[in-house]
Ligand binder design. Structure first.
Ligand code: SF4
Length: 354
């Protein structure tokens, strides 16, 4: 069985909405609303869904760029300790629950103090969508890549320069690029610099937040191939957030489909593409253009927009747009259940409609 690097339990991230003259808390935007997810060591997990489904928020909450509202995130923890904490938290005995809370402060990423979080920072990195915004235009490439090494006090002096040079070569750039500014590079080269910076601290996990979406199509494939190569070379684990399904098909081992803050379907990439089980996944896949005019595929047009995450629909959140919806779908929320092997789906009627 594959070992998990990240184990997420019942994660919620709500953004408060304030209104009225006294700016009182009147509602919450439920961006991530009770997500359970395991990311295996060395895999690339693709996270897909429409804009506003909560995929980027989920990624940034894992990185602690956003604080979680509730839930647990275990990073690099053994199965034994996770199960022990989880069983203590469910205990009827208040003392055992207290013991569980105490252990959470040492092992749950959402609760770690700043001091305890610091050593983890170097293991967890991010590559943002748009390198033009994520790279400081006033800094030389050398300083940009060296920044996390200095902040983490991993190296000093000549060692930093050596490491920067090594990273530039790793991402396909050269020594002469060290003393240039980001605006002197093309979009693809800027993304290579951002990747080099993410690799600087020898991370184990990198959140790829739409890393190819802002690039020209011709450059996208080069960056994807580079990311694949780096993953193999450094045994990295990726969470690859994107709305582009063909990109995740190319790079991911498994795919997780999110809808309105919840997981709809999760499974190995080939299975999700060959036999999607959730009506939402089917609709997403049917929208992929096929580059062969002779091949016809029925497009599933979803009616209406994604509902408001402040007041999501009852039961299955997808029911107002689902042609298979029945009474149970409006009343009972479907849970992510195992369909087969590692394939999971959250739909009451997947057996009838698959
Ligand atoms: Fe559609 Fe019901 Fe399945 Fe939701 S639970 S996706 S509404 S069939």
């Amino acid at each position: 069985m594959a070992e998990n690097l990240i184990d997420i339990r019942e994660l919620k991230k709500y953004y408060p909405v304030h209104g009225g003259i006294f700016k009182r808390h009147i509602a919450d935007i439920k961006a991530v609303d009770g997500v359970d997810l395991k990311i295996e060591k060395g895999e690339c997990l693709g996270l897909v869904g429409e804009s506003g489904c909560g995929k980027t928020t989920l990624g940034k909450t894992i990185l602690r760029l956003h604080g979680a509202t509730s839930g647990r995130i275990y990073f690099g923890q053994s199965e034994d300790i996770i199960e022990r904490i989880e069983s203590l938290l469910k205990s009827e005995n208040p003392e055992e629950r207290q013991e569980g809370e105490k252990l959470l402060r040492q092992h749950d990423l959402t609760r770690l103090s700043r001091k305890n979080l610091l050593p983890l920072r170097k293991k967890i990195q991010i590559v943002f969508q748009d390198p033009s915004n994520s790279l400081n235009p006033r800094m030389l490439v050398k300083a940009i890549i060296a920044e996390p090494l200095i902040a983490q006090r991993l190296m000093s002096g000549k060692d930093i320069e050596k490491r920067v040079l090594e990273l530039l070569y790793t991402v396909g750039l050269a020594k002469e690029h060290m003393m240039r500014y980001p605006h002197e590079f093309s979009g693809g080269q800027r993304q290579r610099i951002a990747i080099a910076r993410a690799l600087a601290t020898y991370p184990e996990f990198i959140l790829m937040d739409e890393p190819t979406s802002a690039l020209d199509v011709s450059v996208q494939a080069q960056i994807l191939n580079l990311l694949k190569k780096l993953q193999d070379e450094f045994k990295l684990t990726y969470l690859f957030v994107t709305h582009h399904l063909l990109v995740v098909k190319h790079i991911s081992n498994r795919i997780a489909v999110m809808y309105l803050g919840k997981m709809a379907e999760l499974g190995p990439t080939a299975e999700i593409f060959d036999k999607p089980l959730h009506p939402y996944t089917k609709a997403l896949l049917s929208a992929i253009p096929i580059p062969d005019p002779k091949t016809k595929m029925e497009k599933i047009i979803l009616s209406g927009d994604v509902p408001n995450p402040i007041n999501p629909p009852s039961g299955c959140r997808f029911h107002p747009r689902c042609k298979y919806a029945k009474d149970i779908c409006r009343e009972v929320e479907p849970k992510l259940e195992v369909a087969e092997g590692r394939h999971q789906v959250a739909c009451h009627r997947w057996k009838e409609i698959s």
